[in-house]
Design a protein around this ligand. Structure first.
Ligand SMILES: *[C@@H]1O[C@H](CO)[C@@H](O)[C@H](O)[C@H]1NC(C)=O
Ligand SMILES: *[C@@H]1O[C@H](CO)[C@@H](O)[C@H](O)[C@H]1NC(C)=O
Length: 221
C-alpha cells in the first residue's frame, strides 16, 4: 500500500468510528410532524405509538397534572417515583422527552438503577439528597445536593438518590426519551418473574443459597 492510500484508509476508519459514536449516542428519533399524541388503545403497535386523530386533539392533551400531589413513600425504599412518560402523558409520544417526580421520606432512597434509553438530569426542589452514579469501569461519582442544585446521569449508568437530610426531600428529573425504562438492580436480580435460578445468583454475588432466598423474600418473591 502506498502511504497516501494508507492515510486515506486511516481517515475513512476515523470517519466511520466518529459516525458510529454519533449514532449510538442519539436519543429517541426526531418527530416528523408537530405532534403525535399517542393513541394508547391502538391495536397496531410500532416503535412508539400511533397518533390520535387530529380531530380528537384538545388543549387537555398537552397538559399533565400528575405532579401536583406528593407521592406515597410508605414502601420498603421510602420513596415514590412518579413517571410522566408517554404512558402517563401521551402527548410526549415522538418528542423524545419525559420527566419524573421523586418524593423521599427521611432516609428514603431511589435504589440503584439505570435507564437503558436515556440520559437524565435532575434538580433538587426540597431537602438534601446524596446522588451517585458508577461508570462502566466501576468509578463512583457522588455529591450531596440541596434545593436548586442539579445533577446529570449519563445514559445507561447505574445511579441512585438517597435522602440524607432531616425532613422529606423532593426532586424532579428529566430524560431524553419518552419512555426511558428503569432497570432496578435489586428487583431485577432477585424479584424477576420467573426467577433467575439460585445458582446464577449465588455464583454472581458470591453468596450462599439462604442469602439469595432471604433477599428474595424481602421483595415478596
Ligand atoms: C382508551 O380506552 C379507555 C377504556 O376503554 C377509554 O376510557 C379511553 O378514553 C380510551 N382512550 C383513547 C385515547 O381512545
Ligand atoms: C400509602 O401506601 C400504603 C402502602 O401501599 C397504604 O397502606 C397507604 O394507605 C397509602 N397512603 C395513602 C395516603 O394513600
Amino acid at each position: 500500500m502506498t502511504s497516501s492510500s494508507s492515510s486515506f484508509s486511516l481517515l475513512l476508519f476515523c470517519l466511520i468510528v466518529l459516525l458510529l459514536a454519533f449514532f449510538s449516542h442519539s436519543s429517541d428519533p426526531d418527530p416528523l410532524q408537530d405532534f403525535c399524541v399517542a393513541d394508547l388503545n391502538a391495536t397496531i403497535s410500532g416503535n412508539g405509538f400511533p397518533c390520535k386523530p387530529r380531530s380528537q386533539i384538545t388543549s387537555a392533551d398537552f397538559f399533565y397534572d400528575g405532579f401536583t400531589k406528593e407521592g406515597n413513600t410508605s414502601n420498603i425504599f421510602g420513596a415514590s417515583v412518579n413517571p410522566a412518560n408517554v404512558l402517563a402523558f401521551p402527548a410526549l409520544n415522538t418528542l423524545g422527552i419525559s420527566m419524573n417526580r421523586v418524593d423521599f421520606a427521611p432516609g428514603g432512597m431511589n435504589p440503584p438503577h439505570s435507564h437503558p434509553r436515556a440520559s437524565e438530569s435532575g434538580v433538587v426542589i426540597q431537602g438534601k439528597l446524596l446522588v451517585g452514579f458508577v461508570t462502566t469501569d466501576s468509578v463512583y461519582y457522588s455529591k450531596v445536593l440541596t434545593a436548586g442544585q442539579m445533577f446529570v446521569i449519563p445514559r445507561g449508568l447505574v445511579h441512585f438518590q438517597r435522602n440524607v437530610g432531616e425532613g422529606k426531600a423532593l426532586a424532579y428529573t428529566a430524560f431524553n426519551s419518552q419512555l426511558p425504562g428503569a432497570v432496578i438492580l435489586s428487583t431485577t436480580a432477585f424479584a424477576s418473574s420467573p426467577p433467575i435460578p439460585n445458582e446464577v445468583l449465588t455464583q454472581a454475588f458470591q453468596i450462599e443459597d439462604e442469602v439469595v432466598n432471604s433477599i428474595r423474600s424481602k421483595f415478596g418473591a
